[in-house]
Design a protein around this ligand. Structure first.
Ligand SMILES: [Zn+2]
Length: 228
């Protein structure tokens, strides 16, 4: 996997800016896994998508990931760095998990899209489970058991990070949204790149493709002369 270049970054930003977060995640997934047929991406396990996005992130922006979280108890802002070794190993999720003799497949982006409009968490979780069941009659299986089995099978589907507040001692787990995190970086970088293109085009009369063709090093060298 190659890091995102400037032209790809701008194209992603342009195509994703007005989309729903689930569609943005798929757009990033297509960039991260060009070997997969585009029409199959929404039906791949979520963990596969998230792991590919994380690899793209590491390649494009480095493996240091600054994070912050407001303590749910005292409101104190906690800042930390997410390191690759804090994350589960990357392994392809299995096709199915079996719980009490019934088979469930790992949830996909399409499954999430199917429950995106449900506001009640309980019914959303229930519907997600039903959608992933091979057999329609799953009412006699405890949902927590299936959720735990799916989490074991595909830990990247729903990443959570343990935290402990240094001020009040409150501990807990917070969700980590890989796609949202990466999108935020694409958004910030693309806007910064547009500013740079604007300055260089104004100063030298170069076109956008000409400016994008410059290496980051040359671009920044010219920028220091234009806007010291
Ligand atoms: Zn606290």
């Amino acid at each position: 996997m190659l890091p995102l270049n400037s032209a790809q970054l701008l194209a992603l930003w342009e195509h994703g800016a007005a989309r729903h977060p689930l569609d943005r995640a798929l757009l990033l997934f297509a960039q991260a896994a060009p070997q997969l047929p585009a029409e199959s991406l929404a039906d791949r396990p979520l963990g596969e998508c998230h792991a590919a996005l994380m690899r793209l992130r590491w390649r494009s922006f480095g493996s240091r990931m600054p994070l912050w979280l407001d303590c749910p108890a005292c409101g104190e802002r906690m800042e930390f760095e997410l390191l690759p070794e804090q994350l589960p190993p990357m392994q392809p999720p299995p096709e199915f998990v079996e719980v009490a003799g019934q088979r469930f497949r790992c949830p996909t982006s399409r499954d999430l899209a199917g429950i995106a409009n449900l506001t009640d968490r309980e019914s959303a979780a229930q519907q997600l489970l039903l959608g992933c069941a091979e057999d329609a009659c799953v009412s006699d299986i405890r949902r927590e058991l299936v959720e735990a089995a799916l989490e074991d099978a595909d830990p990247w589907a729903d990443l959570s990070l343990a935290f402990q507040c240094p001020t009040c001692g409150q501990g807990g787990e917070a969700c980590f949204d890989v796609a949202g995190y990466l999108w935020e970086e694409v958004d910030v970088s693309a806007r910064q790149l547009l500013n740079e293109i604007h300055l260089l085009a104004q100063a030298y009369g170069w076109s956008e493709p000409q400016i994008l063709a410059l290496s980051a090093m040359r671009r920044s060298a010219y920028l220091t002369r234009v806007a010291p």
